[in-house]
Design a protein around this ligand. Structure first.
Ligand code: DX5
Ligand code: ZN
Length: 225
């Protein structure tokens, strides 16, 4: 046994938006420990989802870890609102602002954990100078903007690279993977070295969400070496 463990983080992007509180309750009831909030502004990505007020209104109704994935331009202007909303992790995109160091520091100083994400066309090398200051790296395995897309296999190499750098430099960030993660792909994601697997459509499409989470853990366990 390696002692490794994977966290499954359902994304409510694929939930029924007319009842987000109920959807977060379903995530909690499934046995998952993290809920992933996809924040989209219609500029950085084509779709618009929701903002910090919704997250803040749900916060008192859940004890899950709140993981906010900001797919928005100029995230600096919204970071304080997401901190105030009670997010545990706030992840911004490498491609979303020039002043990444300042924005990550803003998250950290506000009391939340900070994450950096890269889209499929962005290499790991572009975030190496930041790896000593982040709590989480979110590797996108689809082009962000929509749920239900197919995982781009070549992006898994970035997880391997990040795990190697973390080991060599003795860093302690978590590696999270987002996009196209389901029962068919979880083993590849785990084998590459991920710590957190975000899953949206596969979770909300399953009839028995608790069984889905258990199956994901079972499959993950087979892949730990
Ligand atoms: C995509 C989002 C993802 C999305 C994943 O832009 O960042 O979190 O919800 O959905 P699936 O699991 O359906 O690919
Ligand atoms: Zn996401």
């Amino acid at each position: 046994m390696s002692g490794r463990r994977i966290e499954i983080a359902p994304s409510i992007l694929s939930a029924d938006f007319s009842d987000i509180r109920e959807a977060v309750g379903q995530v909690e009831a499934s046995g998952a420990g993290i809920v992933h909030f996809d924040i989209m502004d219609g500029v950085f990505v084509p779709q618009i989802t929701f903002g910090p007020k919704l997250v803040k209104d749900i916060r008192p109704h859940s004890s899950l870890v709140f993981d906010a994935h900001l797919m928005i331009t100029s995230p600096e202007s919204q970071i304080d609102r997401f901190i105030d909303a009670g997010c545990d992790y706030i992840t911004i995109h490498q491609e979303s602002t020039i002043h990444l160091h300042r924005a990550l520091t803003q998250i950290r100083n506000g009391g939340a954990r900070c994450g950096i994400s890269i889209v499929p066309s962005t290499p790991v090398s572009s975030i190496v100078p930041l790896l000593d200051m982040v709590d989480l790296v979110l590797v996108m395995t689809v082009n962000p903007g929509f749920g239900g897309q197919k995982l781009i296999q070549s992006c898994l190499d970035k997880i391997v690279q990040l795990a190697e750098i973390r080991k060599a430099e003795d860093f302690d960030f978590l590696i999270s993977v987002d996009g196209g993660v389901n029962l068919d792909t979880i083993q590849d994601v785990v084998a590459a070295g991920a710590d957190i697997a975000v899953t949206g459509s596969a979770f909300f499409d399953s009839d028995d969400r608790g069984a889905f989470i258990r199956k994901m853990h079972e499959l993950a366990l087979e892949s730990f070496s």
